[in-house]
Design a protein around this ligand. Structure first.
Ligand code: FAD
Length: 472
């Protein structure tokens, strides 16, 4: 009988449709391992809700493994020594784990691979997080061996490629082992007071996807802009921690598209949803091929464009008190739930970068303390995109007017009233103010913050500075 093989779970906390687990199973009976190292501790511990979600997902994974006669072997500390000692104890021939798309972890993974190989173990890093992996993209277009820097041509290719399925292979067997395990992670070890989130884990992720596809996905084109309905899929944390595979999301959406009774606009909505998943894959491959852009603009010409690290109104932005209701509602939704509607993220990020002229990295790092999801590649890609220094190749930055956006996408004030108690009794007439009234502190009398900047003047000043810089 062949030696067992370790599979080290990281951000892939499920057993279905799992590229890394399939790789491990091809070498032998699998021993599932979770190593909580310093990097995991830091990133998971940055947000109490994230810690709760992670712990719930790990517990659900352990329960699934137990149903199959196995269980997670948990260790705390540096991955190298932990994995070598487990491998020695059970005679394993190697270790597989999923590729990361975070620069520091990517470097650590390469070091870990060498360390394990020097100890005589096979060490495989497997792409699992994307629906279509960076490797598959390069296989399809070998001439682009450093991936794509622009989304449009990437998407043209992505939509034509098949999505693999790693169905539970017949050969997936777990090795019986007498190994001792440390306790499963608990939120309080990450400094989180919250009780474990009850909706982390594959079962919940699949329910969320199924409900979304059955009820909401056909209106996604509206949902992605209109925050009050809260009708996007809410799968971002599941995709971060791999409680569902992006491949499964794409396959299920493509199946939904097979319904012959769909209306044209419903079909368009489902395609737009696939585009969102493709955008996620795009940012993952960008981080894979260009890890140096995690902290530097993808557009090299923007590297010397000065952006402030601070602003007198930065704390107001952080606290949801800018006096611009849509921005503030988004930030408060984030604080209260660990999630923010996608369109409002764009408006709130634009406000920080352009109205306040603050560096995109300040915003990204701030939100990392609040979001449940935790994908550096995605936060960086999006923040750079909004700041006009990333993969969006528009000639000028798209500066959102937060009041026009509010009137267009939240005309009855449902969303802003939900998240800003000071505005709960604001007359809808005030919320529907016309263009001329937009610069006035409309809501100040309700105890709500006065606008911290004049949007029009701030946007104009930013554009002048931008033009002077790019026209140098
Ligand atoms: C400034 C800014 C910062 C962002 N930071 C993050 C982040 O840290 N982590 C993160 O996962 N997403 C981020 N996004 C992208 C997007 O806003 C979220 O993925 C989305 O709001 C999650 O909600 P949902 O699952 O209901 O998304 P849906 O609209 O239902 O989309 C389904 C999935 O597609 C993916 N997706 C959708 N839009 C994008 C996008 N623009 N870029 C990459 N993937 C996308 C996500 O995995 C999402 O869960 C950011 C967007 C902006 C504008």
């Amino acid at each position: 009988m062949s030696a067992p093989f370790l599979f080290r779970f990281t951000r892939d906390l499920r057993i279905d449709d799992h590229a890394g687990l399939a790789e491990a199973a091809a070498h032998g009976e699998v021993i599932p391992v979770l190593v909580i190292d310093r990097a995991t501790e830091t990133r998971v511990g940055r947000s109490p809700r994230r810690a709760a979600f992670f712990c719930a997902a790990v517990a659900a994974l352990d329960a699934t493994l137990r149903e199959r006669g196995s269980r997670l072997i948990v260790r705390r500390g540096a991955p190298g020594p932990a994995l070598k000692s487990i491998a020695r104890a059970c005679g394993a021939s190697g270790v597989a784990w999923s590729a990361s798309y975070e620069a520091e972890t990517m470097r650590a993974d390469v070091r870990l691979q060498s360390e394990l190989e020097e100890a005589g173990l096979r060490a495989s890093i497997v792409h699992d997080a994307a629906a279509i992996s960076p490797e598959e993209i390069v296989q399809a277009r070998p001439e682009n061996d450093r991936g794509y820097r622009a989304f449009a041509p990437y998407f043209d290719l992505w939509r034509t490629l098949p999505v693999h399925a790693y169905d539970l292979p017949v050969l997936l067997r777990f090795a019986a082992t007498e190994l001792q395990s440390e306790g499963l992670p608990m939120p309080n070890e990450f400094g989180a007071q919250e009780r474990a989130a009850h909706d982390g884990g594959s079962v919940h992720a699949r329910e969320r996807l199924a409900r979304f596809l059955a009820e909401r996905a056909v209106q996604y084109a509206v949902a992605v802009n209109v925050p009050a309905d809260d009708a996007t899929s809410h799968l971002s944390a599941d995709l971060t921690f791999g409680t569902i595979s992006a491949r499964e999301v794409v396959r299920a959406t493509r199946r939904r598209l097979d319904d012959p009774f769909l209306l044209t606009e419903e079909r368009a909505s489902l395609r737009l949803y696939l585009r969102s998943i493709a955008l996620r894959d795009f940012f993952l491959q960008l981080a894979h091929f260009h890890p140096e852009t995690e902290d530097a603009p993808l557009q090299e010409r923007m590297a010397a464009f000065a952006a402030a690290r601070s602003h007198a109104a930065l704390d107001a932005w952080r606290g949801g008190k800018t006096g611009y209701p849509l921005v503030d509602a988004g930030i408060r939704q984030l604080h209260e739930t660990g999630w923010m509607h996608p369109h409002i993220r764009a408006v709130a990020a634009s406000f920080l970068c352009f109205d306040l002229g603050v560096d995109w990295r300040v915003g990204r790092d701030e939100w990392e303390h609040w979001l449940i999801e935790d994908d550096r590649a995605l936060s960086t890609g999006n923040w750079q995109w909004i700041a006009g220094v990333g993969a969006d190749m528009a000639q000028y930055p798209r500066i959102y007017n937060p009041e026009k956006q509010r009137r267009r996408f939240d005309p009855a004030g449902t969303y802003v009233k939900r998240w800003i108690p000071e505005l709960r009794h604001a007359p809808v007439g005030a919320l529907r103010a016309n263009d001329e009234q937009l610069t006035l502190p409309l809501f100040a009398s309700d105890g709500y913050a006065r606008p911290v900047v004049d949007h029009e003047a701030a946007a104009r000043a930013y554009l002048e500075r931008y033009r002077a810089y790019v026209g140098r």
